[in-house]
Structure formats: structure tokens, C-alpha cells
Design a protein around this ligand. Structure first.
Ligand code: FES
Length: 171
């Protein structure tokens, strides 16, 4: 009985002493996991995006919180150029972030806030935005379009984090 009690107390003491050591050893892996703020998210089967058209799609923020509600549903514009060539644009204007609208008749994205205009490939056509639309990295997986989603880029981060502003596919 005393032997078992001694083992139990020693085991508890060892666990208490080892906990900070284990946490110290795992800290780099935990930091790396916290830094990862992007994840691959499916937008839907390729058939949802007819060739030659630009369609609105919505995905759920992979890092949503329970209190996010509908704000976790994020829209984006999908342009199916041809074959397996796609462009996926953030809906937010590169000026101050208003949602841009696609006008198929004029083949332009227009921003309702300050008149920013973008060509169909997301490049800047005019207005105050300093650059073209942000693009999501994307790939095709098992017949579905998948994008690398997460925290939205900022102007200062854009060069490091995402695709070229426009005019080229971002796979
Ligand atoms: S937010 Fe789009 S032009 Fe200002």
C-alpha cells in the first residue's frame, strides 16, 4: 500500500516537473501551427464555373470562430478562362476593401465606393486603387476548384503572400 502511494506521489511529481520541459520542447511546433493562417478550401465542382464566365462563389473561412456567424461566409469571384485555367479574385477592392461587382456586359469589375475599375483579368483599369485585385492561389483537386484561403492580404504583405496582382494565372 505504502509502495503504491509512493509510486503515485513520485509519478505526480515527475509529471509536474516534466510538464514545463515538454512545453518548452513543443513550443516551436506550436508557434509554427499558430503562424499558419491559410488553408486549402474547396469552392465547388468545376461544373459550377462555366468556361469563359466569371461567377461569384462563397467559401467558409477556415479559421472561423463560433461568434463569426454569416461573416465567416466569404465571397470571391471565379473566372474560368479555358480548360484548367482559372483566376480567383478576392471580392475586396484593393483601395479600401469595398466589395467589387462583376459586370459581364462590359467585362469589368466595378467598385461602388470610389469608382475603382478592374479589367476581367483583375488588372487595374482606373480609379484610386493602387493595384489590381488580389488573387487566391488555387488548384484543381478531384474535379473541384480549391483555393488557399485564410487571412486576407494587406498591401504591405501582398508581394510576399499572394499571386501577382493581375494579368497572369495564379495556380
Ligand atoms: S474602395 Fe474601391 S475604389 Fe475605394
Amino acid at each position: 500500500m505504502l509502495l503504491r502511494l509512493g509510486l503515485l506521489i513520485n509519478g505526480a511529481a515527475a509529471a509536474l516537473l516534466l510538464t514545463p520541459v515538454v512545453r518548452y520542447l513543443l513550443a516551436p511546433a506550436r508557434k509554427q501551427a499558430m503562424r499558419s493562417d491559410q488553408a486549402w478550401v474547396t469552392l465547388g465542382p468545376l461544373e459550377q464555373f462555366p468556361e469563359g464566365q466569371t461567377r461569384l462563389a462563397t467559401f467558409t473561412n477556415p479559421f472561423r470562430h463560433p461568434w463569426d456567424g454569416e461573416t465567416a461566409d466569404i465571397p470571391c469571384w471565379v473566372r474560368h478562362i479555358r480548360g484548367n485555367q482559372f483566376q480567383v479574385f478576392a471580392i475586396n477592392c484593393a483601395h479600401l476593401g469595398c466589395p467589387v461587382r462583376w459586370f459581364a456586359q462590359s467585362a469589368l469589375f466595378l467598385c461602388p465606393c470610389h469608382g475603382g475599375v478592374y479589367y476581367e483579368d483583375g488588372s487595374l483599369a482606373g480609379g484610386p486603387p493602387p493595384r489590381g485585385l488580389w488573387q487566391y492561389r488555387h488548384k484543381i483537386e478531384r474535379g473541384a476548384l480549391v483555393i488557399l484561403a485564410g487571412r486576407l492580404p494587406t498591401l504591405s504583405e501582398s508581394a510576399r503572400r499572394e499571386c501577382p496582382p493581375a494579368g497572369s494565372s495564379c495556380a
